[in-house]
Design a protein around this ligand. Structure first.
Ligand code: NAD
Length: 498
């Protein structure tokens, strides 16, 4: 059985721990590898290596750090197919989707290539007679990233290129369910010439996470995952004095107005609801149909939902793969049953789907529910599977009330042909990322990604300008170079400009 190991100080290591986790092929249901699960000693080895590497890396010129990112960017392009294949085989998503994740992650490296421009400080000449003032930003030290299973390459890439380009060293604790891609990325960093200890990977579960949160070596933590764990990580990391950004779960609504192009809306909602088997933090899971849009829209969604080709991610022509684990499949089925029992209409039922030749795979077909109400568990909970729930409301105002009453605030979309509706929606909705006739409004790498309310704890979004601010701290210098013969202006009262 293949073993996926830690990457510490530039080497694959098995570590001190004896515990192992199973890495499945979700399309067959078979275990394809085992992953080492870190004990606190392994985390200490990784954070120690990162702490040792920090002074030299922070002193490396910003142009040299930028050139490293250019080389990494080229390697990520050269090995795109290999990375996508690992992601698809451990996560289950179809190959083209996995490739898209690699590309979106690589775009953050492209952003980080511009680090000399991003770290330019500010200079004020002559703030007082003979006195200048300037500010610049410095790295924090060792920073850690703790990431979820659903984007095993893209979400870590939201973090480490920006952190490392800023001059920090990094310890990544990826999801133990699909850990393979992180070791490949570590090898690419080494091939790009990154010094040992600047990027480290420790695999593991809660034991590893708790050791990272308690580590005196770690200055800041970036977390992405479910809301209960995000809340926990934010609390624990803050209590030990670390800077922390913790992105949580989601329940993303798409509001469809009667004036929208309903064919376009249906095409995009099906793609956004069922792509990656609904396992995206920006997936649409609640469709809010306004007034007369509902009947026509549900018919169009049903037609398209039935046509989706569910197959193993590696199979040509597959549009949707399995969900990640047997537990995930069971959870999604349970929610559909609860929705049905509570009175929702199961318009398309994905339960019981069989994919020929793959009886043990974690497959569940795309499922469409109509007549869902805000009290049902299919609406209150994040299902994280291929289920689209349609809620019917009479007006834009009631749609906004519904979206704003939801505790999550990650992404949302409005489908409309009215600029006035779009403007009202974008100004009044309490959500961090908004799409106008765009169902999955994931910001480009040069903007920042982040939700509101229970979808993010902390005050910085990831990557883009907010990522640079998160991974650096500001210094302001006030300087005077007096001529020896100049009269001293020292006074005991508080200095003011002259
Ligand atoms: P998860 O919260 O179970 O796991 C995330 C990370 O936390 C993993 O590395 C895991 O090992 C660790 N972890 C799990 N349980 C822990 C515990 N009890 N104590 C300490 N650490 C623990 O999330 P997941 O199932 O891997 O990913 C899916 C979730 O992530 C969904 O809720 C999804 O919405 C969310 N997500 C959010 C975003 C975003 O940008 N807001 C992006 C991607 C995924």
């Amino acid at each position: 059985m293949r073993t996926i190991e830690h990457w510490i100080a530039g080497k694959h290591v098995t570590g001190a721990g004896m515990r192992r986790g199973s890495v499945y092929d979700p399309a067959t249901g078979q275990v394809q590898a085992e992953v080492v699960l870190a004990e606190p000693a392994d985390v200490a080895a990784a954070t120690g290596a990162a702490a040792e590497a920090f002074p030299a890396w922070a002193a490396t010129s910003v142009t040299a750090r930028s050139r490293l990112m250019f080389r990494l960017r080229d390697l990520l392009e050269r090995y795109e197919d290999d990375l996508a294949a690992v992601v698809s085989s451990e996560h289950g998503k179809v190959l083209d989707d996995a490739r898209g994740e690699v590309v979106r992650g690589r775009e953050v490296v492209e952003f980080a290539c511009g680090i000399p421009q991003l770290l330019k400080g500010e200079y004020s000449d002559s703030v007082s007679t003979g006195v200048d003032s300037y500010s610049f930003r410095q790295p924090l030290g060792v920073v850690a990233g703790i990431t979820p299973f659903n984007f095993p390459i893209m979400v870590p890439l939201w973090m480490h290129p920006v952190a490392i380009a800023c001059g920090n060293t990094f310890v990544l604790k990826p999801s133990e369910r699909d850990p393979g891609a992180s070791d490949l990325v570590a090898e690419l960093y080494a091939e790009a010439g990154l010094p040992e200890g600047v990027f480290n990977v420790v695999h593991g579960d809660k034991v590893a996470v708790d050791a990272v949160l308690a580590s005196p070596d770690v200055s800041a933590v970036s977390f992405v995952g479910s809301t209960p764990i995000a809340r926990y990580v934010h609390g624990r990391a803050s209590a030990t004095g670390k800077r922390v950004q913790a992105l949580g779960g989601a329940k993303n609504h798409a509001v469809v107005m009667p004036d929208a192009d309903l064919d376009l809306a249906a095409d995009h909602l099906v793609a956004a609801g069922y792509g990656s088997a609904g396992q995206r933090c920006m997936a649409i899971s609640a469709v809010v149909a306004v007034g007369p849009a509902a009947d026509v829209l549900v018919a169009k969604l049903a037609e398209r939902t039935k046509e989706i080709r569910v197959a193993p991610g590696s199979e040509p022509g597959a549009q949707m793969g399995p969900v990640v684990t047997a537990e995930a499949k069971e959870r999604v089925s349970r929610y559909v049953a609860e929705g049905e029992a509570a009175g929702a209409a199961v318009v398309v039922d994905g339960r019981g789907l069989e994919v020929p030749g793959h009886p043990g795979g974690f497959f569940i077909g795309p499922t469409l529910l109509d007549g869902v109400t805000p009290d049902m568990s299919v609406y209150t909970d994040e299902i994280f599977g291929p289920v689209l729930s349609v809620l019917r409301v009479p007006s834009l105002a009631s749609a906004l009330d519904l979206v704003n009453a939801n505790p999550y605030g990650n992404g949302t979309a409005v489908f409309t042909s009215s600029g006035e509706v779009a403007r009202t929606f974008q100004r009044q909705v309490s959500v961090g990322m908004i799409g106008i006739n765009v169902p999955i409004p994931v910001p480009m790498a040069f903007h920042s990604f982040g939700g509101w309310k229970d979808s993010l704890f902390g005050d910085h979004h990831v990557h883009g300008p907010e990522g640079v601010r998160f991974y650096t701290q500001a210094k302001v210098v006030t300087s005077r170079w007096p001529h020896v013969a100049e009269e001293s202006l020292a006074q005991l009262n508080f200095p003011t400009s002259r």
